[in-house]
Each structure stands twice: as structure tokens, then as C-alpha cells.
Design a protein around this ligand. Structure first.
Ligand SMILES: [Cu+2]
Length: 331
């Protein structure tokens, strides 16, 4: 039986399209989406995955077919035909990727804009740098509170004034190697973040020492956290649960240990958490702060991790004392 070439091509085209569309939605590469913004980002990712799958099957398919169909026959020692190029073909395979790149550029820009990435993140005036002061990154001076006059200049998410609803504001302080969350309205200081579901959250973030990055994979948002300048992240969590908070900027020797969690709970559950923390505060039990790595030697800080990972104690003693030695590797 002789099937015309055009029909074979048509069937192959339909098959590639269907497989790509299916895989674009079922790749299973992303963690759960816990905010509305996350769904927008996922749609862009799924589209890119669909296009990539289609191109992969098409290009690799043609390659494999050619390998088999045009392989050298036994005893054939003649030269192949001299082909000088094909202008229409070259126009087509330049035009298609150009169109794809433009579509993705416009679409991703659209989502970035929708997430508030293009909003001027200025609250109350122009952008200023908080005053610089010479500080030793290994002292408690790093724990300075945020200057109230700091202007917000960069970040993702609508700024506070742009939100109609009353946002929950949390100050985030990133330091080697922990995140510290301060709730200005209740005075709570915590090593893990608790937020109520379906309420706008605004994080005002600052670093005490070097550049860190605040990353919430389940919310598809990440923002640099810098010394001397406040950056901002706003989002609305729409799914209860406990999600990882990860530092995504190589910030020193133990950058890998710089993680905590964000718990998204019902309004009642959140109020209960606030209550329990407030009671502890009033009873003078103190705040369960994360280990302040700056007050410990590196070896002491790593001790807990080392036991867990089965690292020999002598190894720790050989670690150089200033973790900032790693700084040049950041970025
Ligand atoms: Cu960090």
C-alpha cells in the first residue's frame, strides 16, 4: 500500500501536536501552586513546555528518520549530492522561532506586569538608600531594625498603598544564615512565617549582611534581599499548608542551611498563633528565635547539622572562620 507523503506528514503533525499539548499540562515538574499568581506563572511555563516538547519531537524525529533512511548502503562509496542551501527553508526555520520568542516575550511581560512587577514600588517619596554604616558582619550590629524612613524601591507585587484590602505587613530580615520575621502590629518576632489564607501579605525585606534572596517556590516568587535597601514582595496565599522558604542567593558557606517555613492557615488559626506568641511574650518566656549564627563560631553553628549528616568533628574545626570568604562567589 502506498500512502501519500502529505497524509503521513499530516498525521505526524497531529500526533506531535496532541502529545505536546498533553505533556505541556502533565509534566509534573512544578510544586503545588499556592497562590493565584502561581497559576498564571504555571500557564506560561506550561505553554513553554508545550512548545519545547513539540520542537523536541519534531527535530529529534527528523534526525532519527534521516539517520535510518539516508544511511550509507553497504558498498556505496560515492559522494553525497552537493547541496548549496535552501533559502525558503532557512526563512521558515528563522521565522518560526522568531514568532515563538516574540509571543513568549509579550506573554511573560504581561504576567510580570499582572503580578505587579512593573509597579513603582515607592511608598511615600523618592527612592533613597538607607544610610551606610561600616559594620562588621560578624557582630550583633546586624540585628538593627529596619529604618522607618527607608523607601521601597523594588519588588514584586502591588505596593501597600495600592492595595484596597488591609494587608498584613511583615518585616523580613535576612542574615547569615537565617530569616527573622517581625510583625510590626503585634511585636511578634519569629523564625518561621505564619500568614492567614486569602489576605494580602506584604513583606518588607532587608538583609543584615550580604545579599540574600527570599524564595517561595510554591508561590513562584523570588526577590533579592539586600543590605541598605528595602525590597518588597506581596502576594495572596489561597491554599493552606506549610511551605518552604529558601534563600536563593549563594550568601556564604552555610547558605544551603538558610531555610525555614511559611505556614498558611485560616484566619482563626492565624489569630490563635498570634495569641500563643503574644502570651509567651507577656509571660517573659522570650521569643523562640532562630539560632543567631553570627554569635557562634562556624563550627559551633554547624555542629547540629554535622551530627545529622555524619560529618566528623575535626572537619568542622578546619573551616575558615570568616564565612564571608565565600562572598566573591555570590551572584
Ligand atoms: Cu542567604
Amino acid at each position: 500500500m502506498n500512502i501519500p507523503n502529505s497524509i503521513t506528514t499530516l498525521i505526524a503533525g497531529i500526533a506531535i501536536t496532541l502529545i505536546s499539548l498533553w505533556y505541556g499540562q502533565n509534566h509534573g515538574l512544578l510544586p503545588v501552586a499556592a497562590s493565584a499568581d502561581a497559576n498564571d506563572v504555571d500557564e506560561l511555563f506550561n505553554l513553554m513546555m508545550t512548545i519545547a516538547t513539540g520542537l523536541f519531537i519534531l527535530i529529534e524525529g527528523v534526525l532519527v528518520i534521516c539517520l535510518i533512511r539516508f544511511r550509507r548502503k553497504q558498498g556505496d562509496l560515492t559522494d553525497g549530492p552537493a547541496i548549496e542551501g535552501n533559502v525558503p527553508l532557512e526563512i521558515v526555520w528563522t521565522a518560526i522561532p522568531t514568532v515563538i520568542v516574540f509571543i513568549l516575550a509579550i506573554y511573560s511581560f504581561e504576567i510580570y506586569n499582572k503580578m505587579g512587577g512593573l509597579d513603582p514600588m515607592v511608598s511615600g517619596g523618592g527612592m533613597t538608600m538607607a544610610h551606610h554604616h561600616q559594620h562588621n558582619p560578624n557582630t550583633m550590629d546586624n540585628m538593627v531594625a529596619m529604618e522607618p524612613d527607608s523607601k521601597i524601591a523594588i519588588g514584586i507585587g502591588k505596593s501597600m498603598s495600592a492595595n484596597d484590602e488591609d494587608p498584613l505587613v511583615v518585616d523580613v530580615n535576612g542574615l547569615q544564615y537565617a530569616w527573622i520575621f517581625t510583625y510590626p502590629d503585634t511585636g511578634i518576632v519569629s523564625g518561621d512565617l505564619h500568614v492567614p489564607v486569602d489576605r494580602p501579605i506584604q513583606l518588607n525585606m532587608k538583609a543584615a549582611d550580604v545579599i540574600h534572596a527570599f524564595w517561595l517556590p510554591e508561590f513562584r516568587i523570588k526577590q533579592d534581599v539586600m543590605p541598605g535597601q528595602v525590597s518588597q514582595l506581596s502576594f495572596v496565599a489561597n491554599r493552606e499548608g506549610t511551605y518552604p522558604v529558601i534563600c536563593a542567593e549563594l550568601c556564604g558557606s552555610y547558605h544551603g542551611g538558610m531555610k525555614t517555613t511559611m505556614t498558611v492557615e485560616t484566619a482563626e488559626g492565624y489569630d490563635q498563633w498570634v495569641q500563643s506568641r503574644t502570651v509567651a511574650l507577656q509571660d517573659g518566656e522570650g521569643q523562640p528565635l532562630p539560632v543567631d549564627s553570627t554569635a557562634l563560631t562556624d563550627a559551633a553553628f554547624l555542629q547540629a547539622y554535622a551530627e545529622e549528616m555524619g560529618i566528623i568533628e575535626n572537619t568542622l574545626e578546619q573551616i575558615p572562620h570568616n564565612p564571608l570568604g565565600m562572598m566573591s562567589m555570590a551572584q
